[in-house]
Design a protein around this ligand. Sequence first.
Ligand code: ATP
Length: 225
Amino acid sequence: MTTEPRLRIAMQKSGRLSEDTQKLLKRCGLKLNVSDRRLLAHVSNMPIDIMRVRSSDIPGLVMDGVCDLGIVGDNTLEEAALERQLMEQSHSYVKTTGLNFGGCRLSIAMPEEFNYQGIKSLDGLRFATTYPQLLNRFARNNGINVEFCLLKGSVEVAPRVGLSDGICDLVSTGATLEANGLKEVEVIFKSTASLIQNPAVLEPSKQKILDTLLPRIQGVMKAKE
Ligand code: ATP
């Protein structure tokens, strides 16, 4: 018995992108049963499986070809691509389409009282961040040296407890920064969610599924504008 190939798409299991991603897939007509315990959700009316994982695992799963496609924030994607390039791991992908949700920016923020006089005033300082590669690239491109300490969460608290001089973190409204006595001084990366795919040519039957899905995604995006 031959089984029909199924297109495998990685998405965030839970977090800021998961609800919008699920909504998008449902609006595209995909009938999926997402129960919390099942990490591989079967789409019942199309040959598609949805793999639900941590955001930071999505770029690698697509770049290594474990998943054909993934829906992930550009920030996570770019950070992973830079890190994997450094580690000499596969780091190529194709951005199939940008998506109009998950908008945020990666910014440098300093304590309110910091006397900011342009990028050079950040030279030699230490930053708490989840995005060391993007921060390093920004520093390199601007001719400054920075140190970083890696934090996966609660980054905003680092300057107040003496862990760092400033932070490099995701911002959408700026309310969290303000609540923690920080001011945004430089935007270093702007991000939205994207649909990405492995750069290898898809086998024809999977390409056919994508050819059905992609116009639907674009239609849903257009209707939301
Ligand atoms: P995971 O917990 O799945 O490993 P994560 O820690 O990045 O991933 P979330 O905080 O849910 O999880 O963020 C997921 C993505 O949502 C971010 O990578 C970013 O692309 C997007 N996003 C949009 N607005 C914000 C924001 N204000 N703060 C953080 N992320 C945001």
